[in-house]
Write a protein that binds this ligand. Sequence first.
Ligand SMILES: Cc1cc2nc3c(=O)[nH]c(=O)nc-3n(C[C@H](O)[C@H](O)[C@H](O)COP(=O)(O)O)c2cc1C
Ligand code: SF4
Length: 778
Amino acid sequence: MDAGNRLQLGTSVSDLVEVWHAHRTSIILCALVLLIGLRTLLHKAEEREPLAVLPKIYNQEKSETNEKTAHEAQPVAVAEKKSAGPRRIKGGVTRKPSQEKKATAVDYTDRPTKVLVFFSSITTKTEKIAHEYIKTLETFVDQRAGETQGKFLKPELLDLTEIDFEDYFVSPPKSTENAAYVYLFILPSYNIDSINDTFLQHLQETHHDFRIDTAPLSPLIGYSVFGFGDKEGWPNEDEGFCFQAKELDKWMSKLTGRKRAYPVGMGDMKSDHTERFTEWTTGVQDVIFQAVQTGFLGEGVPGSGDAVESDEEDAEADDGEVVFDDEESGDGKSSDDSRPLDDVEDLGKMIRPNKDGNGTIRKAPLAVDFTTYPSAGKKKAQAPIIKEMVAKNSPTYTALTKQGYSIVGSHSGVKICRWTKSALRGRGSCYKYSLYGINSHQCMETTPSLSCSNKCVFCWRHGTNPVGTTWRWVVDPPDMIFDGVKENHYKKIKMMRGVPGVRAERYAEALRIRHCALSLVGEPIFYPYINEFLALLHNERISSFLVCNAQHPDQLAALKAVTQLYVSIDASNKDSLRKIDRPLHRDFWERFLRCLDILREKRFRHRTVYRLTLVKGFNVEDEAEGYAQLIERGLPCFVEVKGVTYCGTSTSSNAGLSMSNVPFYWEVCEFVKALDKRLQEKGLDYGIAAEHAHSCCVLLASKRFNVNGKWHTHIDYQRFFELLEERGADGDWTPEDYMGPPTPEWALWGNGGFDPRDERVDRKGRKMEAIVTREAPE
Ligand SMILES: Cc1cc2nc3c(=O)[nH]c(=O)nc-3n(C[C@H](O)[C@H](O)[C@H](O)COP(=O)(O)O)c2cc1C
Ligand code: SF4
């Protein structure tokens, strides 16, 4: 560099320094603004990965808006795009949204339905069945094409070993047709490591994954599971029969927000599997077809109607156990109208002390006595207006429907008995299964007359039923009542479809009523067309168990054939009967005795039964002799002795009843033994035949039903109908003609009487040991 150049360079540097000194503040400020601008621009353009840790802080705003859209506004979730990275956060870290809010009704009417059938198979038996089934299902879809306007898409069969679980079990897949899905599963059980374990593990993890909604499969229309197993190796469910199908059912229930479309079915690959599987597929297809047509699964399935389930899978309030809710356990609210356990039939008769909101005992509302008419002297005589017994706008109607009754016409009622629900869930049948072979899940409890002529102190329905001595109401025709009670019964059974633990096999059987207990409330023989009503039952081969209160001798005498005829014997003498039954008839004792005489005459035509309900302090003490005399008078075929059952809030508290009036089972047994002794002493040929300790019930039977030293208390129902068809309702035959096979060993006196097919459970569904105490504790 020469001297001139160097001089020039020195000048420009000094110029720059000069400029810097003159404007440095503004230069620094400009640079700062430029840098901040650039930083902001780059930050905005940056594409960020979703945050897996602390999403609540970072994604709060986003999840609040997005989640609402995914789960409420758009019911059917769009399948996740498969990615190798972590699963997308759908529900934030807030847990259990689906348990807090039940799945809401989703309308699928505008969307086509697609059934996906998943299966696994190791020794290929299930695989073969699944392949055959998918063909059947395809044919079914084709046949229904006309009725469903093509909204029923071709079903698809999927092998669990060949699919990516994430495609189907994190959310339902997306389809071009915008299909709504039904998932069916056919799964054999394996107690060795198999694909089933991986699959079940996946479902469990999905449910527990805090980043995923606990019920990500709630957009499904529904699901159902069928299991195959082997009873030779795994004889019952306790020992592992079909255990993985049951587990799958449980996880799917959680993941779908309880959208069990049909109860879990189970088949033994070595015996009944074809029958059980056909039963299940028929039921499932009916439900799916209904969903395609109506857009919902029907009542009883959450998300589509009236959910019957409780919050916990296994903790239903109504669980097949007698619940003794005493006064102290109440919350102060009057629960008269909402309790599900109010069945006279299954619980014997109930006591309900009634409290108001402050916990003070209320007087029972007075039952309306329709027999009280204004006296002719006071008012000008008027032609009586014929009223409806239970008019739709009456308080009686409201009270009864709140208690779970369906009122048919104006004077009949039907209610699903808690034993029916219990048997559907494999938790035991009522005592009539042990004593007479009645399947509780096939039994309808009904009455053609809600009115009665007694006001028994232990009758829980006190104050809600009309009473009267004669029929003064509009009369509904028997066929209308018959159709109405059947329809309502089936409706209630169908509502049980989604309830956890309901057995597919029992559910299918329950859709055919085989028995009718005419003992719900009121007095069935009060209904003027009771014989016609019975004929309708028998025509459909439904057996009839009719209970009457021994106050209507004329109607009793005119009664035609019934399968089993009861009279309630609530006391052994006149005074006691007046106190306990509070009859409306002045000549109640004479009526009572006449009924016993009629029963005596009928004993070779009908299976006659005395039903004794023991209430400690009222009709037990020192009354064995009195009861023995009544038995001597009527000579019934059977004597059922039951302890009264206490159900909590009775209006009869004003009669001074409490928990202390409920006898222990050993007290019932002691009474029965004393009664049996008295009968022997009188030379009457009776013996203690059978028991159902669970219901505090013991059966004394006439030795007519003891053949070659064996009790035959069960009924041959088939034979009963044959006799009826051959000889007519007035025909000549005896109860022995339709006596069933020997009473099973487990039901005999001394063996407890609990159905060995079922499991005894407590209110939470936990298994219980059956400990029976028949003797007074030391
Ligand atoms: C190793 C083995 C373990 C099994 N474990 C059970 C079990 O725990 N419970 C059950 O009910 N059946 C069990 N089974 C019976 C199978 O579930 C039954 O045979 C089924 O039909 C097999 O179906 P697949 O041929 O489709 O694999 C088992 C069978 C095998 C061979
Ligand atoms: S006979 Fe029928 S209605 Fe009566 S308790 Fe049994 S199942 Fe219920």
